[in-house]
Design a protein around this ligand. Structure first.
Ligand code: CP
Length: 317
C-alpha cells in the first residue's frame, strides 16, 4: 500500500485491487446491528474541504466513524485561511495537533501532492481541481465490478466535459489498469486534444458509440462554468449528448448507467434514466463509504505498522 492516496495515475494494479478487496470485506459491517468497529479507535482524521461537497464529505465522515475514529471537519469559511494562512501552514498545524491523516478537496490541481511533500501523515485526495478524484473513480470501479467482476475487454463510455473533469481522469487511469476499453464522448470543446495519449478512444458521436457500451458514466455539466469557455448552447448539448430514455434504447439491453453526482436532471441525463432500471447511481453513493473506509484503513494500518517497526528497532539500540 502507498503512503498517500493522491491519484490513480500513480498507483499500481495491485494496490487498486487491494483497496477494492478491502472495501468488499468492509461491506459486511453494514449488515450488523451496530454498524461500527473499533479498528481505528483513538485516531483522528481531519477533513479540509476548500470546495463544496455532499457525497464525498459525508461518506468520508461515515467511513471514519464506522472505523471507530474521530472526524475533524475544519470549516474553511471561518478558519484562519481567511486571515491569509497558507494551505501548508494550515495542514502542518493540524499535524502538530496530532491528527493521523488529512483528507483534502481543493480547487487547485496538485494541492494534495504539495501537502504530501511537507507532511509525514497520509494525505487523501478528495478531488483536486481538474486533475484527479481517485476515491470517486475507485467507487465507480467497485460498482462496475459488483455487476461484472472482470472488466477486461468491457467498454466504458465517459460522456461529457472530459476536459474539466477530475472524475474522468481518475476513471480513465483506473479502468485502463483493469483492462477495460474507454471511449470518451462529447463535443470537441470538451475533449482535450492529447487525451488519446492516455490510451482512450474519442468520439463526438454518442449515438454511434452507444451500442458498444457496457457501462455509461455520465459526467455532470459544470453549469457554474457558464459564460467562460463552456459550450455555446445547453439545449444543443442535451440534444446531442443527453442520456435520454429514447437514446438509451440504442444501447445494449443490460447497459449500466452511472453518474458521480450531483446530477443536472434534464441536462446531461433525464430523470427517466437517472431513476430508471439501468441506473446504479445510489449504489455508487453507498459504495463510496466502504471504498473510503478501505483507503483510510490501509493507509493508517500501514502507518501503525511502520511506527511499530520503528519502535521495535529503536528499542533494540
Ligand atoms: N461526486 C462528488 O464528488 O460529489 P460531491 O461533490 O457532492 O462530493
Amino acid at each position: 500500500m502507498m503512503s498517500h492516496l493522491l491519484g490513480l495515475e500513480d498507483i499500481d494494479l495491485f494496490t487498486i485491487k487491494q483497496i477494492l478487496d478491502q472495501a468488499k470485506k468492509f461491506k459486511e459491517i453494514f449488515t450488523r446491528p451496530i454498524k461500527q468497529v473499533p479498528t481505528l479507535r483513538g485516531k483522528t482524521i481531519a477533513q479540509l474541504f476548500y470546495e463544496s461537497s455532499t457525497r464525498t464529505r459525508a461518506s468520508f465522515d461515515m467511513a471514519i466513524k464506522t472505523l471507530g475514529a474521530s472526524s475533524l471537519n475544519l470549516n474553511i469559511a471561518v478558519s484562519s485561511v481567511n486571515k491569509g494562512e497558507t494551505l501548508i501552514d494550515t495542514a502542518r498545524n493540524l499535524e502538530a495537533m496530532g491528527v493521523d491523516a488529512i483528507i483534502i478537496r481543493h480547487p487547485m490541481s496538485g494541492a494534495p501532492y504539495l501537502l504530501s511533500k511537507y507532511l509525514k501523515i497520509p494525505i487523501i485526495n478528495a478531488g483536486d481541481g481538474q486533475h484527479e478524484h481517485p476515491t470517486q473513480a475507485l467507487l465507480d470501479i467497485y460498482t462496475m465490478r459488483e455487476i461484472c467482476p472482470n472488466l477486461r475487454g468491457k467498454t466504458v463510455l465517459i460522456v461529457g466535459d472530459i476536459a474539466h473533469s477530475r472524475v474522468a481522469r481518475s476513471n480513465i487511469w483506473g479502468l485502463l489498469k483493469l483492462g477495460a476499453k474507454v471511449i470518451v464522448v462529447g463535443p470537441s470543446v470538451f475533449i482535450p486534444k492529447d487525451i488519446v495519449n492516455m490510451g482512450v478512444s474519442v468520439s463526438n458521436d454518442l449515438d454511434k458509440v452507444l451500442p458498444k457500451a457496457d457501462f455509461i458514466n455520465v459526467l455532470r455539466i459544470q453549469l457554474e462554468r457558464k459564460g467562460s469557455d463552456i459550450f455555446p448552447s445547453q439545449r444543443e448539448y442535451t440534444n446531442l449528448f443527453g442520456i435520454t430514455e429514447t437514446r438509451i434504447k440504442k444501447a445494449k439491453k443490460n447497459v449500466v448507467v452511472m453518474h458521480p453526482g450531483p446530477i443536472n436532471r434534464g441536462v446531461e441525463i433525464d430523470s427517466a434514466v437517472a431513476d430508471g432500471p439501468y441506473n446504479v447511481i445510489l449504489n455508487q453513493v453507498n459504495n463510496g463509504i466502504t471504498i473510503r473506509m478501505a483507503i483510510i484503513y490501509l493507509l493508517l494500518i500501514r502507518a501503525v505498522t511502520k511506527s511499530a517497526t520503528y519502535t521495535r528497532s529503536q528499542s533494540k539500540k
